[in-house]
Design a protein around this ligand. Structure first.
Ligand SMILES: NC(=O)c1ccc[n+]([C@@H]2O[C@H](COP(=O)([O-])OP(=O)(O)OC[C@H]3O[C@@H](n4cnc5c(N)ncnc54)[C@H](OP(=O)(O)O)[C@@H]3O)[C@@H](O)[C@H]2O)c1
Length: 342
């Protein structure tokens, strides 16, 4: 891309957790490259936490933030009690990056943050998926009405460029999606298959290894995968669905006898997310051992069925702070290339 020389792009980051901090680290690492190769300088002018914000209109010193670790509230830029929802509109920035925790029921505070940004001339990047499986079309319309861009690659498969396939396959027609979108449930089923252990035992192991939350309900009952499936189907196939449209069945009732029986028949039990014939389904299904969907461990896979090129398969690690941060930087560069190139 050819960019205007030394263009300064101002960003706001909301949420300084796993993804937010990984983004700060990665941006710090890549800023020289972006400056030399692309002639852009990405500045972070505000970082919001739940109880206040670091703000500097000239750009926060990222090195200082990284070195301060958990003590960032002692820095001179810290404004106690200043909240994103009240401040977004008045900040002079180009792009807002949303990385607050996912609220599966309301999508808040992320939906408010995104709306405030779109209404005040800021493009939006989000790693938070709830706004997009609850209110995708409302947000898309708001973005369009305000001539803003909205990117959310990290919400599905983290760094796996699933959503970018919309542009990359424009010359084709996507007819269906078959995917494994939750690393925790895939890990559990993989271990039940390879070790012959029970669901309960495999879940405990996943929790001990940090692959599953203390409350694993969203992962094992399919809600997390369902949300990601909605985002994929809406973005790649232009559907107009929400998570309420997904038929969801979890994996917690699967007995290891069933997994063993499947194995003896040369098939595997997998927790699939399927979008086909105007239907969205998340449920355990049998897949052949040589299927692209027969992936193991915490990996994710997305099989895109196209009309003119058969199946296109993407696979990789579907979670992780660095993975999500790299997807955010990609989204940033996408926006920069659309907004600031000649
Ligand atoms: N981690 C991953 O692998 C990954 C991958 C892809 C997408 N995602 C998504 O990305 C988002 C962030 O994930 P994460 O792992 O970074 O979560 P996290 O570690 O819990 O970080 C979220 C941060 O947001 C802060 N926060 C909460 N409410 C806020 C508010 N109203 N204003 C400003 N900050 C607020 C939290 O502060 P407190 O801790 O003080 O509450 C925390 O620092 C989630 O929606 C997640 O689903 C995560």
């Amino acid at each position: 891309m050819v960019l205007l020389a030394s263009k300064i792009i101002k960003t706001i980051l909301i949420g300084k957790g796993n993804v937010g901090e990984s983004f700060i680290n990665l941006l710090y690492e890549k800023n020289n490259y972006l400056n030399q190769k692309l002639g852009i300088e990405i500045k972070v002018i505000a970082i919001f936490e739940i109880d206040g914000a670091l703000i500097d209109d000239d750009g926060i010193n990222l090195k200082e933030i990284i070195e301060s670790k958990e003590n960032f509230r002692e820095l001179k830029y810290w404004n106690k009690g200043v909240l994103a929802k009240d401040k977004i509109k008045e900040l002079n920035a180009d792009i807002l990056i949303e990385t607050t925790p996912t609220n599966v029921k309301t999508g808040e505070p992320a939906i408010t943050h995104i709306k405030e940004a779109l209404k005040s001339n800021k493009d939006v990047i989000s790693s938070n998926k709830a706004p997009f499986y609850l209110k995708y079309h409302e947000l898309e319309k708001l973005a369009k009405d305000n001539n803003r861009l909205m990117r959310f690659e990290a919400t599905v498969g983290s760094a796996i460029p699933c959503l970018a396939m919309e542009e990359l396959l424009n010359g084709n027609i996507i007819e269906g999606i078959y995917a494994i979108l939750n690393g925790t449930s895939n890990y559990i089923l993989s271990r039940m298959t390879s070790e012959g252990i029970s669901f309960e035992f495999a879940l405990k192991e996943a929790q001990e290894l940090g692959y599953a939350e203390a409350d694993p309900t969203l992962d094992i009952e399919g809600y997390d995968a369902a949300g990601k499936l909605v985002i994929l189907a809406n973005k790649l196939m232009g559907w107009n669905k929400t998570i309420d449209d997904v038929e969801i069945q979890g994996i917690s009732k699967i007995k290891n006898q069933v997994v063993e029986l499947a194995k003896s028949e040369d098939v595997l039990v997998k927790h699939l997310a399927i979008a086909e014939s105007d239907k969205l389904i998340v449920e355990p299904r049998l897949v052949k051992k040589d299927s692209p969907l027969a992936i193991n461990g915490t990996l994710n896979v997305v099989q895109i069925k196209t009309r003119y090129a058969g199946d296109i398969i993407l696979t990789g690690r579907g979670a992780g702070g660095n993975e999500a941060a790299s997807a955010i930087i990609n989204d940033l560069l996408y926006i920069v290339s659309r907004r600031f190139s000649n």
